[in-house]
Design a protein around this ligand. Sequence first.
Ligand code: ZN
Length: 604
Amino acid sequence: MRSPSRWLSAAVVGLSLPFVSAAAQPAVPSAPISGIRYEVTIDTRTAPARTLRVAMTFDVGGPGPVLLSLPAWTPGAYEISNFARWVSHFAAMSGGKPLGWDKFDYDTWRIRADGAKNVTVTFDYLADSLDNAIAWARGNFVFFNGTNIFLYPEGRPTDFAATVTVKTDPTWLVTTGMKPAGAPRTYSASNYHDLVDMPFFVGQYDVDSTQIANKTVRMASWPKGSLKGEARTTFWDHQKKILPAMGAVFNDIPFDTYTTFIVFDSASGGGSALEHQNSHLGIYTPLLVESILFPSITAHEMIHAWNVKRLRPADMVPYRYSQPQPTTWLWVSEGITDYYSDVVLSRSGVIDTTGFLILTQGKIEETAAAPPVALEDASLSTWIHPTDGTGYIYYQKGSLAGLLLDSLIRDASDNKKSLDDVFRELYQTAYKQKWTGFTGEQWWGAVSRAAGGKSFDDFNAKYIDGREPMPYASVLPLAGFRLKIDTIRVPMIGVSSAPDSSGVRIAQVQPGSPAEAAGLRPGDYLLQVGDIPVRDPSFGEQFRTRYARAEGTKLPVKIRRDDQTLDLQIDVRLTPRTEQRLVLDSAASPKAIRIRNGILKGTP
Ligand SMILES: [Zn+2]
């Protein structure tokens, strides 16, 4: 995220928060604290007011003020949100007496403990952000992320253990990836990173579970009844197929439990989800259930349990919660995660070969439609949400880089090695043996080793660090795929347009075009073309379909210029346009067919 942890959400959630530089780092750390307990109250009184009551209790182990901070962002949602914005009614107490406090900076509270041994701080948290990285409440339901509400001591190690107790209505449910700690509705984490990586559902919703590959797998969905019957059966059928297929890629399933949290809300125009080490939280339009995007997003988020939550770029180990943590590697962490989403769905039989071709072709088209951008640059820039169409292209283009690298490795090793081997090696060396995260040297070293020593310097320079067009024509046939280029004739009027707050505004009029001849000008607002009302920028698609055979006819065009509505006449002209279709290569060699089967079926 947008925060989206997934590109779909870019358009969907679309919060636009200002980019804020890091808060000041205290020169002096907080007084040491221990015995940390958090208590979150959510019930029939607080939830309708969209408020969480939060208490944090701890023992103070030294002199000086206690400095407590909230994170600025949630890992996976690469943007600064400053969760302290939603805090109110902050107070600090010891032995029933209030303690003095002030703000050290905008997300840090300074508490003058004055020798107090045991301190409790409390605050209210406004849960009104329908955003998978934040917190949101309805009358009978709340979800929240630990980053939103769990304060940490500034300048102190993050390896402190803590418990969380949820106080709620006796009939309400509580679901989280945290470990139960014995006492009712009490959970524990052994360090702050785990504590804030396990979101909660509290309230009335559906939850069920099953065992898959010796793991407990849960599904929690709100509102009650929103995912039921055949749709829920299908969800579970997919889970049984994809989890073992993911484990096979990495030779490991690194969690004991996994929970899929889903909020269905028609305010979501699509779907967006955020990954965690043993769960993910998605916010979807109810319409998404029928779509291939539902299993596709689910698989994407689950693969993140390996790729990014455990194996991730060294730039992001450990996470720093107080400031942005940019990396050039989101094309691997997000893009290649998305490649593996398609691959795992194919290998487990959730989609067929046609499904894989459609998903991949969609990525080729979206990459072609975006301005040329280096994958490294797009990865770095996501924190500022670029507005030129490159903001999230590292998902699709990075996924295609994964397909190309996989094809090249398989070709160089006669299909004995693959991108799977790269991930297996790095998962062992940069996560399991020592959690360092991978460097560029390690990544390209592992890619080269899998490919029998072949150098990828040129590939990196052109397509990852560079902006050259992806080498589909030379690489895809190695894996039995081909990009078929058709030239078709489509109707055009010769304007480019973009929506603004007043409508669809003409940005440019192509010289010599029918639009110019008809008198259209930049700055005009398009109201109607032929019989198509122009309400959104996708009217171009409708126009091309509707008037595909209308060469030479005249169409009425209605525009608004200043305060006037004008009726003009425009000629329809057909112009050539190239279309790329991903197909199976009918001339594929036996080797290329084996490679294709290796990718799609996981067979050697
Ligand atoms: Zn993702």
